[in-house]
Design a binder for this molecule. Structure first.
Ligand code: DOR
Length: 432
């Protein structure tokens, strides 16, 4: 669809800095960025007074559940939730049914994604069936555009296999191996963080070390092989310290953190409500502080949602039987603004780097993440940094309702989202 759109009156922020500018979009591209642009005849004008105009957000970690989990989410509903959250690109996690470990499933996800109001990028498994035994056809899947390989939901526990995957992936330009750091023996039988709260509640715990021993091992393997390792959803102070030291040595490692790990603690499991069950689990106050520090000092490269929809009947089971995971796409921006930017831990530009251009670079998505300049693809988010709203699970676009933030008042709301020049969200309403 060739549409002319003028985004008028906002403050443009990208990796080049901040300035007051109108942004004219034509034929899917940014045509003009100037202090004052007059709307051409027939243009759609999107008001951005008082709003920030930035490159669309990129989520490195979205469970879209299709194929196989359509009762929880579909590519269409998940992408709509993403667009409403300001995302223009989502990396779909491969723990679907069947898993994304063959060319046929990659192609199915990409085909469905082409109809969605976000760009949907497929990640794929490191091992066949995520079983941790045999490598998936990484080269073939890379040939279809896959750049992020992960067994997310499970850890590649076999160090020899992880080493081979890293050696193999080194020959695939832009390939990253994303590890779900959870030693299966240390974590076995656990349903929450191991600590004072798990003892008090009588819920078996998973120690922080279940995460950090894998981080330490894979840092060593990155050094041994020269392959690129990305650490998914880091949740503990010890893991973040290991990544900080590895980066200081110049190793090719990157890391992400999920909003729930910088906003919630294990004390919230006190009501045995599975809405607070997630993997890795909610940790302690000092871990939350360490995640925030890691985001502030550049140890953590991206805020990634780990959007993990589950149907109500699953999340209503007893704590030890319910699946782990929580929604994230529609609350990530507001949590970042409310919990990190508002209190002064991050400035706005750094927050947007973590939501947009840093994850875009990590995933090899050259069209995303800005800059907002003539000739660039028009994938943009416009948000009100001061808008106050309350999270109402019944009003989320996701097919599932498992947000732990029901009733929370947050600051910062997406006003418009533009994908390839097309407004897919206008005035906080999805257009398709
Ligand atoms: O809590 C989680 N849920 N963590 C994961 O790693 C997987 C995810 C899911 O797929 O539900």
């Amino acid at each position: 669809m060739n549409q002319t759109v003028l985004v008028a009156g906002g403050t443009v922020i990208d990796a080049r800095g901040s300035r007051r500018a109108d942004v004219l979009l034509q034929d899917g591209l940014i045509a003009q960025v100037d202090a004052k642009v007059t709307a051409p005849a027939g243009a759609t004008v999107l008001e951005a007074d008082g709003a920030v105009v930035c490159p669309g957000f990129v989520d490195l970690h979205t469970h879209l559940r299709e194929p196989g989990g359509e009762d929880a989410e579909t590519i269409e509903t998940g992408a709509r939730a993403g667009a409403l959250g300001g995302y223009t690109a989502l990396v779909a996690m491969p723990n679907t049914n069947p898993p994304i470990d063959t060319a046929a499933v990659v192609e199915q996800v990409l085909r469905l994604g082409r109809l969605a109001p976000c760009h949907v990028v497929a990640s794929a498994c490191i091992t066949k069936g995520r079983a941790g035994e045999e490598l998936a056809p990484l080269g073939e899947l890379h040939g279809l555009g896959v750049r992020i390989f992960t067994d997310d939901g499970t850890c590649v526990a076999d160090g020899g296999l992880m080493r081979r995957a890293l050696e193999y992936a080194r020959a695939l330009p832009g390939a990253v191996l994303a590890q779900h750091c959870e030693d299966p023996q240390l974590a076995r039988g656990g349903h929450m963080n191991e600590g004072a709260w798990s003892s008090w509640l009588g819920i078996p715990g998973m120690p922080a070390e279940a995460e950090s021993v894998v981080v330490a091992r894979d840092i060593a393997l990155a050094g041994l092989t020269g392959g690129r390792v990305h650490f998914l959803h880091l949740s503990t102070a010890a893991s973040i310290e290991l990544v900080r030291a590895a980066k200081a040595k110049g190793l090719a490692v990157t890391a992400e953190a999920a909003p729930h790990h910088f906003t919630l603690t294990d004390s919230l499991c006190c009501g045995y409500d599975p809405l607070f069950k997630v993997n890795p689990p909610l940790r302690t106050e000092s871990d939350v502080k360490a995640v925030k520090e890691g985001l502030a000092d550049g140890t953590i490269d991206a805020i990634a949602t780990d959007h993990a929809p589950h149907p109500a009947q699953e999340k209503e089971r007893p704590f030890d039987e319910a699946p782990p995971g929580m929604l994230g796409l529609e609350t990530a921006l507001a949590l970042t603004l409310t919990e990190l930017v508002g209190p002064g831990l991050l400035d706005l530009e750094k927050a947007l780097a973590l939501l947009s251009w840093q994850p875009a670079r990590l995933a090899g998505l050259a069209d995303h993440g800005g800059p907002i300049a003539p000739g660039r693809p028009a994938h943009l988010t416009v948000f009100d940094p001061e808008a106050l709203w309350e999270v109402d699970p019944t009003r989320l676009a996701s097919r599932s309702r498992n947000t732990p933030y029901a009733g929370r008042k947050l600051t910062g709301r997406v006003r418009h989202t533009i994908l390839a020049g097309e407004p897919v969200v206008i005035d906080s309403q999805a257009q398709r």
